[in-house]
Design a protein around this ligand. Structure first.
Ligand code: PMV
Length: 342
């Protein structure tokens, strides 16, 4: 009862920012995203009688091994934050055990293709990989739709990392109707998302916490009214491969989400000075004829969107701006999948 799955992180073109049901992670709006080829989580779940407790192990790129508290093994102890994340993993295992009607304890080993210190949220790829590996290990054969619903219960955006390529998450009136599906496969449109790593510090406010106070922002209602129009524009842009429409709409939605966060009580500012400088650069690159747009999730890192034909130009512009900046180049990619089932 052991299986390994790989799952990508995703970047939202239209963002999920606010829940109408906290426990079920039902969002207030539909969202659309693209899976990221270079930001992958690989997770093995092993249910076995030999385990006397659930154990969660995170292998870091530095070679360090983070183990959940209570483990007898050697290795670095998790921080309080990491331990909290692990409790979420164990809660998710409990859900899988309940559906699969098994009571075996598990060992979960997870590794990210991107450095943990990069400040890229790994909850989407993490919970998508955990769901797919966990269900396979438990002998559950769920449909893709069912897997997206289960992944959503671990982390909202994780449901968008299950289907392939370009994905829509329907907000749904209840849990069974809040699922994700592929709008287009990964090879549909050769886009690039270059993530410029602005800060390697863990963000102070998680997206979960950030979403708690959305209704204290006077701009939230306006945001929700505008979203259907932007969803239509993104769908049209994808259908017609209209990159300017895609890019301008992504920027609008990014500003809208961050303005809500900035005006919540207490306000949340995910951007740093560097983030804003890069946004200014993007605008200036565009004025000079390079078609590149930005979007930013709940953190300071800037996602630069361009078509593949402009990848080299975008990288050279980033290097010219600051040769020390680190970046990760992503293409659209497949969703979560089993890579080894034993
Ligand atoms: O699923 P969470 O709790 O990691 O929330 C993700 C929220 C954003 O990244 C800010 C937007 C999105 O839709 O991915």
């Amino acid at each position: 009862m052991k299986a390994t799955a790989i799952a990508p992180a995703n970047i939202a073109f239209i963002k999920y920012w606010g829940k109408k049901n906290r426990e079920l992670r039902l969002p207030l709006n539909d969202s659309i995203s693209m899976n990221l080829s270079a930001c992958l989580t690989t997770t093995t779940v092993d249910f076995s009688k030999k385990y006397k407790k659930d154990e969660v192990i995170l292998l870091l790129d530095s070679g360090q091994v983070l183990r959940s508290r209570g483990s007898q093994d050697r290795g670095a102890r998790m921080t309080k934050y990491e331990n909290k994340e692990n409790q979420r993993v164990i809660r998710h295992l409990n859900l899988i055990r309940k559906i699969g009607k098994i009571n075996l304890l598990a060992k979960v080993v997870s590794t990210n293709s991107f450095p943990k210190s990069a400040g890229i949220a790994s909850s989407a790829s993490g919970f998508a990989a955990l769901t797919v590996a966990g269900c396979a290990a438990a002998g559950l054969r769920l449909t893709e739709k069912e897997l997206t619903i289960l992944a959503r219960l671990g982390s909202g955006s994780a449901c968008r990392s299950v289907p392939d390529g370009f994905v829509e998450w329907k907000y749904g009136e209840d849990s069974n109707n809040s699922y994700a599906y592929s709008l287009y496969p990964d090879n549909y449109w050769d886009l690039r998302d270059t993530i410029v790593l602005v800060s390697d510090k863990a963000k102070k406010t998680s997206s979960n916490e950030g979403m708690e106070n959305i209704w204290t922002s006077p701009l939230m209602e306006k945001r929700l009214k505008e979203i259907p129009g932007r969803l239509k524009k993104i769908k049209l842009a994808l259908k017609e491969k209209n990159f300017s429409l895609l890019g301008t709409t992504c920027e609008e939605d990014c500003f809208s989400m961050h303005k809500v966060a900035n005006t919540q009580k207490p306000p949340i500012f995910y951007w740093t000075d560097k983030t804003e400088k890069i946004i200014e650069q993007v605008k200036s690159w565009r004025r000079n004829g390079l078609e590149v747009y930005f979007t930013i999730d709940a953190g300071p890192n800037v996602h630069l969107l361009c078509e593949s034909k402009n990848e080299a130009k975008v990288i050279s512009a980033v290097k010219q701006f600051d040769s020390k900046l680190k970046y990760i180049i992503n293409k659209p990619t497949q969703g979560a999948r089993i890579i080894n089932d034993s």
